[in-house]
Design a protein around this ligand. Structure first.
Ligand SMILES: Cc1ncc(COP(=O)(O)O)c(C=O)c1O
Length: 379
């Protein structure tokens, strides 16, 4: 493939930061993880950030932090990467699939409300593809009922909601640093939260439930005399200092990453005007915020002359790696037949959309090549 769908923006600075962590001799969770957590919390404007191994493990901990457990129900969009629903299953709760807004692919009060029952404990509001969900609207529905809204901001580092970083307003939010995201640490994630006691518990749970972390014991004057206890069953959801060292560099690059992606997405909008004139639609900013353009997806209209599959095939033949649109969890084997209501918008979006190549180092010439291939394939 000459044009992949995504290339992370990594350079010598990240390589040097990772090498420094290696040279320091402390490569597991340690001082760099603590520094990354602090920098990320400051960037978001939230009191607590807990670094973990992925967004999937961040969601797992966030649901525990929200008090979700066996027998509870959690309303989630099916229109999301399957990890959103899986995290609910991990804590013994049931994911209840809600449909999404056709404009931005996110939950709305109208799609969530009919699914609330007296067992609903939480809603996972996804910022799908980086497009911020209308959190305040969902909280207006959930808060009076004692339901926690957890924000799945996996894709949304660098997106904004009502002028602030996406995720700031959630009781708990989860971020991904997988290389398909703007800010990457290889694998990695972060849970942010407002409550100090919840944050302290999540810090213990990510590290086997230890009352004193390994890094704290190492750094303490008491040394071997400091004994930890294990007061509940925890997990190994830790991030390494090598990842955090890379994350600190990437966080500084985030504004430039967002600016470049948004400029390229605008350029796609101009280049693909003939397609949009024919009824296709490129994902755009919602009225309540800005997207970091993590996934630049194109929705084909009904009756489009070429199927999505043929279009992807023709792009691949031209050396361009686009992707099918965002998946629908209820159409996959683990959740087949479990949807309680029809999900027509989800099914339409997942079957008729494709994700276009978009990354920091994509040149205008390459972008012209993608647009020309798309317009040619569409006839
Ligand atoms: C909405 C959403 N949630 C969760 C995840 C899982 O993230 P990770 O790969 O960091 O576990 C993803 C990954 O693409 C995602 O898009």
């Amino acid at each position: 493939m000459t044009i992949p769908v995504m290339i992370p923006w990594l350079g010598e600075e990240e390589a040097e930061a990772a090498a420094e962590a290696v040279r320091s001799g402390w490569i597991a969770q340690g001082p760099r993880v603590a520094a990354f957590e602090q920098a990320f919390a400051e960037h978001l404007g939230v009191p607590h950030a807990v670094a973990v191994s992925s967004c999937t493990t961040a969601l797992h901990l966030a649901l525990i932090g929200a008090g979700v457990g066996p027998g509870d129900e959690v309303v989630v969009p099916s229109f999301s990467f399957i990890a959103t629903a899986n995290a609910v299953t991990y804590v013994g709760a049931v994911p209840v699939f809600a449909d999404v807004d056709p404009a931005d692919g996110n939950l709305t009060p109208a799609t969530v409300e009919p699914l609330l029952t007296d067992r609903t404990r939480a809603v996972i509001a996804v910022d799908q593809g980086g497009v911020p969900v209308d959190l305040a609207a969902l909280r207006a529905l959930a808060d009076p009922r004692g339901i926690t809204v957890v924000e799945d901001a996996a894709c949304a580092a660098g997106s904004t909601y009502r002028g602030a970083p996406a995720g700031r307003g959630a009781a708990l939010a989860a971020y991904s640093f997988h290389p398909r995201k703007l800010l990457t640490t290889g694998e990695g994630g972060m849970v942010t939260c407002q409550d100090a006691a919840v944050a302290a518990r999540l810090r213990r749970l990510r590290e086997h439930g230890m009352s004193v972390s390994a890094a704290e014991r190492h750094a303490s004057a008491g040394g071997a005399a400091v004994l930890e206890t294990y007061d509940e069953i925890g997990f190994n959801h830790r991030m390494t200092d090598i990842q955090a060292a890379i994350g600190l560099v990437q966080l500084r690059k985030l504004p430039a990453l967002v600016e470049r992606r948004r400029a390229l997405a605008e350029r796609y909008r101009a280049l693909l005007a003939p397609l949009t004139a024919a009824g296709a639609r490129l994902v755009a900013d919602p009225p309540h915020g800005t997207t970091n353009q993590q996934s630049c997806w194109l929705l084909l209209p009904d009756g489009f002359p070429v199927s999505r599959g043929d279009l992807l095939g023709k792009l691949a033949a031209a050396g361009i790696s686009a992707r099918r649109g965002i998946m629908a969890a209820h159409l996959e084997a683990p959740y087949a037949g479990s949807a309680r209501v029809p999900l027509p918008v989800t099914e339409h979006l997942t079957r008729n959309s494709l994700i276009l190549p978009l990354y920091h180092s994509l040149t205008e010439q390459q972008q012209d090549q993608v647009a020309a291939a798309l317009l040619g394939a569409a006839g």
